[in-house]
Design a protein around this ligand. Structure first.
Ligand code: ZN
Length: 230
């Protein structure tokens, strides 16, 4: 299913020239169509190993840059492998402002490792972020976080075997060097479970406290108005 850039006809594909992926701008899993394709003549002259194409997201029209490896140069066309590298990956989002300062810095870096497909760097940063969170939670904080963690496993119905490496990353007693190697699927579980744990430990409390403060403010204001008009 190669993609072919022809000297006269431009891009053609044996299947179709659209690709589907998660847009780094709008976050929607959308179809992308080629928007800017290099000129076949210059490719045939320079014979590069990789070729960059700009696609357009069907959902938000943003330009998405993809890099393809060249499969073969023909007389009048260039054939590309169908696999591509995404130059910009979707960013993972989180309500960072509710986290303790150090945890925020470490968790931001963890998520940027994840977006860059560096899953073991991600796991190491998750360990650092969680240690800093336990510290910020104070006495009994690690135990409380662990309860949230176990609840998440239960709600999501994740079996003990798949959960063991995740548990070892976040709560293991071993040093940093002893962290297990994670693959993409395990890193995905770690990501969601840690987000949930941080949500329960910090974001939920922060949002609720903030909302109640606003309610109290309006009640006080209303009382003041009543007093003023009495
Ligand atoms: Zn988009």
């Amino acid at each position: 299913m190669a993609i072919v850039i022809d000297r006269d006809q431009g891009i053609k594909s044996e299947l179709e020239d659209r690709v589907g992926l998660e847009c780094p701008y709008c976050g929607v899993y959308a179809h992308m169509q080629p928007q800017s394709v290099p000129d076949a003549s210059s490719l045939l002259r320079d014979k590069p190993g990789h070729v960059g194409l700009v696609y357009k997201c069907d959902a938000c029209n943003a330009p998405v840059f993809l890099r393809f490896a060249v499969r073969e140069f023909h007389d009048n066309s260039v054939e590309l492998h169908r696999n591509f590298v995404e130059l910009e990956r979707p960013k993972e989002r989180f309500a960072f402002s509710y986290l303790p300062k150090d945890t925020e810095v470490l968790f931001r870096e963890a998520l940027s490792c994840y977006s860059g497909n560096n899953f073991n760097a991600f796991a190491s940063m998750c360990r650092r972020a969680s240690v800093s969170a336990f510290h910020a939670l104070g006495e009994g904080g690690k135990l409380r976080a662990f309860e949230e963690f176990v609840t998440a496993q239960d709600i999501a119905g994740i079996d003990d075997e798949s959960f063991a490496p995740i548990k070892s990353v976040l709560f293991g007693a071993g040093s940093h060097e002893d962290l297990p190697l994670l693959n993409r699927a395990q890193a995905g579980i770690l990501l969601e479970v840690l987000k949930d744990m941080f949500y329960q430990c910090f974001v939920r409390r922060g949002k609720l406290t903030r909302a109640l403060k606003v309610r109290r403010f309006f009640v006080t204001e209303a009382d003041n108005d009543k007093l003023a008009s009495a």
